[in-house]
Ligand binder design. Structure first.
Ligand code: NAD
Length: 468
């Protein structure tokens, strides 16, 4: 059993002392509101397997609650509670009006066929419906480790079978395929959010000077653990849009290193063809996959699971910045040591909030029953065309076709989603950084992020007059 929840709560306590909030209120914010544990049987071949599963709603201060569903052999109650808890703070930090939740199914997806996984997902959903633990205004799941758009489509379809007449049924889950009421830009959202967040963090001269770094992402060396949804999109966008150099990557089967940089798309193609990231041309195999965490680099992005940087390996971690793309990759004790060494940790509950942010956009799209951009795209295009025509007429010069296309484009759904995500990540970082600057005794971004979350959540309770 991990002590992930204890680690999250240790960080909470560290921040709470800076808020001056009443003890009872802090206790109410900290505690998990509902924990639902389920066991159900599934027929696999000629055998029945009893599946253990959870849904935890950490906070009902805002509804619906929101959080992913994890499929992993390591799922346990402590882990799901910790992840649900992080979701509450995450939503508050990025101003997404939801309480936190999380689901977990204790299975290794690799050991099941797609048909069996479908059966498990549908049964799990039926159990949630039975107990009123899912619905567009109740609790809205999304993908997490081991799940993706396919599982979300199964959840939606099951929900529709039970609640076909509900006008807003499509909003019962997010991270769905675009063809099944999903939104463009959701699958890349967490990775893209990591990119926007780190890009913002490295843009401050004072902060970079303390780390002995220059500003900007261009040329910065990056190591990434896990090339799943979050890790792959982070790596790809850091490389293509940020100009960063990915020098080390780890996956389930091992880790590789190349001083000259690893082309992520070529690596994914290599993995598809050979079944492994190992023996990638131009890179060297590392003897253990966990060594990726110890590579000398500017930015380390753990994007696999929790409890990766601990007391037993923290002294060997050499990165100057750690962007916690995964939830809880650095234990509270290890974080203390890193902070003392001056390492910048960009905390999970901020840096991986891109997923829930775009999930929020998807949910809004489902409730509005309309694609973003549908109303204004042509109007804006025509207005920009009139402006460009006017400029041409007044200057007597002609604007080239490519430039004209660029200047007159009305925003598509994906443009608006990316713009909303970029705005969210930049604003939230500035809020956190400002708190850290203002409170002299706060030495790390995680504590500042917690304070930001606690201020926002407490104002909801204080407005009710429950805690005078
Ligand atoms: P995923 O299942 O798509 O990918 C995780 C990858 O990590 C897999 O490819 C797996 O093989 C690899 N992995 C597992 N253990 C490893 C190890 N020891 N070394 C190297 N690679 C390893 O999962 P994901 O959705 O990308 O989630 C990853 C993390 O990000 C989790 O902590 C999750 O809670 C968090 N997260 C995910 C989202 C999201 O939108 N999917 C949002 C916020 C946070």
């Amino acid at each position: 059993m991990s002590n992930f929840l204890a680690s999250v709560n240790q960080n909470f306590d560290k921040a709470a002392i800076h808020t001056g909030l009443p003890k009872g209120l802090l206790e109410q914010i900290k505690i998990c509101n509902s924990v639902y544990q389920i066991h159900f049987p599934i027929k696999v071949g000629n055998e029945y397997k009893v599946i253990e599963a959870y849904r935890v709603q950490h906070s009902h201060h805002r509804l619906p609650t929101k959080g992913g569903i994890r499929f992993s052999q390591k799922v346990n109650q402590d882990e799901v509670m910790a992840l649900a808890t992080l979701m509450t703070y995450k939503c508050a930090i990025v101003d997404v009006p939801f309480g936190g939740a999380k689901g977990g199914v204790k299975i290794s997806p690799r050991e099941y066929t797609p048909a069996q996984l479908q059966k498990i997902t549908r049964r799990y959903t039926a159990e949630l419906i039975r107990k009123n633990f899912i619905g567009p205004g109740i609790d809205v799941p999304a993908p997490d480790y081991g799940t993706g758009a396919r599982e979300m489509a199964w959840i939606l379809d099951t929900y529709m079978q039970f609640k076909g007449g509900e006008i807003d049924a499509a909003g019962c889950v997010t991270g769905k395929p675009v063809t099944q009421h999903g939104i463009r830009g959701r699958s890349e959202a967490t990775g893209r959010g990591v990119y926007y967040g780190v890009r913002e963090a490295v843009s401050y001269k004072d902060d970079m000077k303390k780390l002995g770094l220059t500003t900007g992402l261009e040329g910065k060396t990056v190591a990434i653990q896990g090339l799943g949804n979050v890790g792959y999109h982070s790596a790809s966008i850091f490389q293509k849009e940020g100009g960063a150099k990915i020098i080390s990557v780890a996956e389930y089967e091992g880790a590789i290193y190349s001083e000259d940089g690893i082309d992520i798309d070529a690596l994914m193609k290599h993995r598809k063809e050979t079944g492994s990231i190992m023996d990638f041309p131009g890179a060297q195999n590392m003897d253990q996959r966990k060594k990726v965490l110890e590579v000398e680099c500017d930015i380390l992005i753990p994007a696999a699971l929790e409890n990766q940087i601990r007391n037993d390996n923290v002294d060997r971690v050499k990165a100057k910045i750690i962007a916690e793309a995964a939830n809880g990759p650095v234990t509270a004790e290890a974080a203390e040591k890193l902070i003392k060494r001056g390492v910048m940790i960009i905390p999970d509950m901020y840096i991986n909030a891109g997923g829930v942010t775009v999930s929020y956009f998807e949910w809004l799209k489902n409730l509005s029953h309309m694609r973003f951009g549908r109303m204004e795209k042509r109007f804006n295009h025509n207005t920009y065309m009139n402006l460009v025509n006017l400029v041409e007429r007044l200057t007597g010069k002609t604007i080239g076709a490519k430039e004209r296309e660029f200047l007159t484009k009305g925003a598509d759904e994906v443009d608006l989603v990316r713009s909303g995500l970029e705005e969210t990540m930049i604003t939230a970082y500035q809020e956190i950084r400002e708190i850290k600057k203002r409170k002299k005794k706060v030495e790390d971004l995680r504590t500042a992020a917690f304070i930001s979350a606690l201020n926002k959540i407490s104002s909801d309770y204080l407005a009710l007059g429950i805690f005078p």
